[in-house]
Design a protein around this ligand. Sequence first.
Ligand SMILES: [Cu+2]
Length: 122
Amino acid sequence: MKLFAIAALLLASQAHAADIAFTLQPATVRASQGLGADWNDKTKPLLVHVGDTLVFTNSDTIPHIIHTNGDPFPHGDRKNPIKPGQTVRIPVLTAYDSLRDGALYDHDAGKPSGQLFWIVAQ
Ligand SMILES: [Cu+2]
């Protein structure tokens, strides 16, 4: 009975898994959209589920490293930034609510300078 419940949960979570695309626009575009330097709008955080894959495209003109403290996915590779024009697949591993726990942000820019990335992983 217990195994059945676990199997049902696994099936449910797999049925849920999806590729969630996010394109980081160039800084000039973000500014023109009223975002300042932020990567997206705090009032419209990117919604993902644990098990999904974030398909992140860097359409900005400079490389980026996504700063996290381990949630909802590991910190970006400091030696291998996401280059302009590059798309990477990032598995969403844990729940995280950036509205409650703090925005992710560009590792090199640092939190005080903005470049915040609002994401809610359920
Ligand atoms: Cu960092």
